[in-house]
Design a protein around this ligand. Structure first.
Ligand SMILES: Nc1ncnc2c1ncn2[C@@H]1O[C@H](COP(=O)(O)OP(=O)(O)O)[C@@H](O)[C@H]1O
Ligand SMILES: [Mg+2]
Length: 374
């Protein structure tokens, strides 16, 4: 569906000295995963230049493909240094990137794997949204709209294919050159799928409870240690939208404890004469504490402020009210988007019930990692 925007077409040739495994077809394009006996092979094909990023897995290096003179970002993972849990994340990221195909999701061209290292050849993004935000915050409504529309489109695409990103934050949104419009400053690419999961996958029950994002982007249902769904990604879109429009985090304080309390109990401060009523209304719909009331990623795209369709909102509300009436009158009680509301006000789903101990352990260690990174 999105083939035309992919920077590369499938290359039919098989490289010498490598075992080729074209694992998944992605809308007519496949990602090659080439097993190589030694890393030298990659250096014969690409000119490696400066480091352009680093993470817990290793480094990202700018490289030019010798045959085409095309530049790529190469994520290099040292298997021994990365450790077992990081390797699982890298493996998960590769598997997911092999299947996705969307203009606002980072494009994985191919993977080279030697006994010691993994090289992910990714489309090169020259800028980071977070760095631009630090420079130019707050963003205008026009710029914020552009980013949110693309992000909501990418996230609704992921959710339709049962993928939950689980680590949506400004730092994981990169900016690329728009091939269709050279003047476009905010052509986004959602990246870093290390914590993503496929909802229908094996072991999904524990994975859905091991949430591991950064605390400022965490929704209340995670912090209250209830179970959660893909709507955690929607909450993160709301945090990013607030950050862009107001130039600050919606929930911020001196300690993590206080931030958590604010996320669970306080409303963000929406008072700012510069931000329009419609944008605030949308923010309130996204940052609903109760995920059952939170709008979905595809509903965000339909929002009148974003889509400039003024007339739609009223009709939407009537349809929503009818839907709500229908679910509430159901003999099995209200069930919305796979979540059931229990009498104590807790939200649970038998397929994704929280393993609290696992959650706390994973979350604490992940927070430490995030803090270290800063
Ligand atoms: N495709 C890319 N183009 C340019 N820079 C990238 C690309 N992918 C990653 N980076 C840089 O490397 C950093 C870490 O990569 P990321 O995939 O987010 O790993 P981590 O899981 O450690 O956060 C990013 O914040 C960014 O600066
Ligand atoms: Mg990252």
């Amino acid at each position: 569906m999105w083939n035309s925007t992919n920077p590369n077409q499938l290359k039919g040739e098989k490289e010498k000295g490598s075992k080729e495994k074209v694992s998944k077809v992605r809308g007519g394009l496949a990602v090659k995963h080439l097993k190589i006996s030694e890393a030298q092979k990659v250096y014969e094909l690409y000119d490696f230049k400066e480091e352009i990023g680093h993470g817990s897995f290793g480094v990202v290096v700018l490289a030019t493909e010798k045959a085409s003179n095309k530049s790529w970002a190469v994520k290099i993972v040292h298997k021994n240094i990365a450790g077992a849990s990081k390797l699982t994340e890298v493996d998960r990221e590769i598997k997911i990137l092999k299947t996705v195909n969307h203009p606002n999701i980072i494009y994985l061209d191919r993977v080279y794997e030697s006994p010691k290292k993994i090289y992910m050849i990714l489309e090169l993004c020259p800028r980071e949204l977070y760095a631009v935000w630090m420079d130019r915050k707050p963003f205008s409504e026009k710029m914020s709209k552009k980013v949110i529309l693309q992000l909501a489109d990418a996230v609704s695409y992921l959710h339709k294919t049962d993928i939950v990103h689980r680590d949506i934050k400004m730092e994981n949104i990169l900016l690329a050159d728009n091939p269709a419009d050279a003047s476009d400053e905010c052509f986004i690419k959602l990246t870093d799928f290390g914590l993503s999961i496929v909802k229908s996958g094996v072991g999904i029950q524990s994975l859905m409870s091991e949430y591991c994002g950064t605390v400022v982007y965490m929704p209340p249902e995670i912090l209250a240690m209830k179970t959660y769904s893909e709507l955690c990604d929607v909450w993160a879109i709301g945090v990013i939208m607030f950050m862009m429009l107001y130039g600050k985090y919606p929930f911020m304080d001196k300690t993590e404890e206080k931030i958590r309390a604010k996320i669970c109990h306080d409303e963000p401060d929406y008072k700012d004469s510069g931000v329009g009523k419609e944008a605030v209304e949308l923010l309130k719909d996204i940052l609903k504490k109760n995920p059952v009331q939170r709008i979905t990623a595809s509903q965000i795209k339909e929002n009148p402020w974003l889509s400039n369709k003024q007339h739609k909102r009223k009709e939407q509300n009537i349809v929503d009210m009818m839907k709500q009436f229908a679910t509430e009158s159901s003999p099995t009680g209200p069930r919305v988007r796979g979540l059931s509301i229990l009498s104590e006000g807790l939200i649970q789903d038998s397929s994704t019930r929280l393993n609290q101990q696992k959650y706390v352990k994973r979350n604490e260690s992940s927070h430490k990692t995030q803090e270290k990174k800063r």
